[in-house]
Design a protein around this ligand. Structure first.
Ligand code: AMP
Length: 425
């Protein structure tokens, strides 16, 4: 089969690595890709906003399946357009992708289907939103609707903070004024992520993961796209996984089917594991980045048939096998990230680092300059390792990190701390 992956980050490198290993793969392309992905796939310059160009390329190369990595093309309807042109694509339609694109839509869907999530209300103006906040008290969570690249959520510790967030969001402080905000109760517990493959009718469980969003050690400093992750999440034993499937994922898939917009693709549930069980914080309509990297390391089965079965509505009797091992990834970022950072610095020692047992290095933002690898983004490398325990995986990952010579980069030194603390006798 000829496969085209869309995207250019560490998630797409991990997908490319796994799909390249499939005996079903004849030719693998990635648009636009990066220097690491180029080791697995033929990278092609395509503007993902230009669906016509993507379709033309897919037709020309007789692509059998397009695998869409990031959310923006999904929310823009690239799967609808590819399928309309007769090209199979893995991922949800534009309508179903509203699970990520619109918080209000998802909250209403949860409420109508008794899916556990924080109590909430939707608001179109600041005055009513503030009245609600005052009536509810703090802490309280304020969310802008629409894709706000992770910046649209404020967990307010005081009423004043919540009111300021409301003013910022309606006032255009996030770029453009929010047309709607959702205010919800603050959930208490431990966060975890869970992934499922969906085929429109049903879903099969993948595995759990936890990530580190803050830039600094000890989970301090500003939020980022994710500085590291590990799988499985110790806070999600099999009984909790089953509850997530039964109480959250499967009711969602059934509800969307009933609404005439069957969900196909990967469903990424951001969860709070509370004392009363799992509650949905949010959905994403694609693999997490960097969670995908640890998932791919733990997946024993061939990924490609699973993606095809999801696209073809054939997951009912499908089964995936996983390594019992833990996997962990450390993100190496350019100094300054998540603020301003420079591009173009030279990275050395990648080959030596990759020789550490159980280690796999995925590129998140790199570009090749002849034989040299240059940093080309904020998050630049994902140094991943698999081992029997999170502690061992962490040790291997940092052993590899220490072989990488990149003075302009940095990483957290404590990825996995929460899981490792639990592993202690
Ligand atoms: P979201 O973009 O909805 O995932 O929210 C980003 C982050 O805000 C989450 O990962 C949580 O840490 C936090 N958050 C969102 N909603 C809630 C909530 N209802 N209670 C507590 N924390 C929340």
């Amino acid at each position: 089969m000829n496969i085209l992956i869309l995207g250019s980050g560490g998630r797409e490198h991990a997908l490319a690595w796994k799909i390249a290993a499939s005996p079903l793969t004849t030719r693998l392309y990635c648009a636009p890709g990066n220097a690491g992905i180029a080791q697995e796939a033929e990278c092609v310059t395509l503007d993902l906003v230009d669906h016509t160009a993507v379709i033309a390329f897919a037709k020309d190369k007789r692509i059998d399946l397009v695998v869409v990595g990031p959310e923006a093309p999904l929310c823009a309807g690239i799967v609808d357009d590819l399928e309309a042109a007769g090209i199979k694509a893995f991922g949800p339609t534009k309508w179903a992708a509203r699970l990520e694109g619109s918080k209000g839509f998802t909250k209403d869907l949860c409420k109508a289907n008794n899916i556990p999530t924080a109590a909430y209300q939707r608001f179109k103006n600041a005055r009513e939103a503030k009245d609600y906040v005052r009536a509810k008290g703090a802490p309280i969570v304020v969310k802008a609707d629409g894709l706000a690249a992770g910046k649209g959520v404020v967990v307010a510790e005081s009423i004043k903070e919540a009111e300021d967030a409301i003013d910022t969001m309606f006032g255009g402080g996030l770029g453009q004024p929010a047309w709607e905000i959702v205010i919800e109760d603050c959930l208490v517990g431990e966060e975890a992520s869970f992934f499922a493959l969906c085929d429109g009718d049903t879903a099969i469980a993948l595995v759990s993961a936890q990530d580190h969003k803050r830039v600094g050690d000890g989970d301090k400093g500003p939020n980022t796209g994710g500085m590291g992750a590990y799988s499985p999440a110790p806070v999600m034993p099999p009984v909790i996984e089953k509850r997530v499937m039964d109480e959250i994922v499967l009711p969602t898939v059934r509800a969307l089917k009933k609404a005439g917009a069957p969900y196909k693709g990967v469903l990424f549930a951001g969860l709070m594991i509370t004392k009363d069980g799992p509650q949905l914080i949010e959905y994403n309509v694609r693999f997490g980045d960097p969670e995908c990297q640890v998932l791919m390391l733990r997946m024993m089965s061939d990924l490609l048939p699973a993606l095809l079965a999801a696209r073809d509505g054939q997951l009912k009797n499908f089964d995936l096998r996983w390594y019992e091992d833990a996997a962990l990834t450390v993100v190496m970022a350019a100094k300054g990230y998540p603020g301003a950072y420079a591009k173009g610095s030279v990275i050395e020692g990648l080959d030596k680092a990759a020789e550490v047992g159980g280690v796999e290095i995925f590129h998140a933002g790199t570009i090749a300059d002849g034989p040299r690898i240059l940093a080309n983004g904020g998050r630049v490398l994902n140094v991943c390792a698999r081992a029997e325990t999170v502690r061992e995986a962490q040790a291997r990952a940092y052993q590899a990190v220490d072989r990488i010579k990149w003075p302009d980069g940095f990483c957290r030194r404590d990825i996995g701390w929460r899981a490792i603390a639990r592993e202690r006798p």
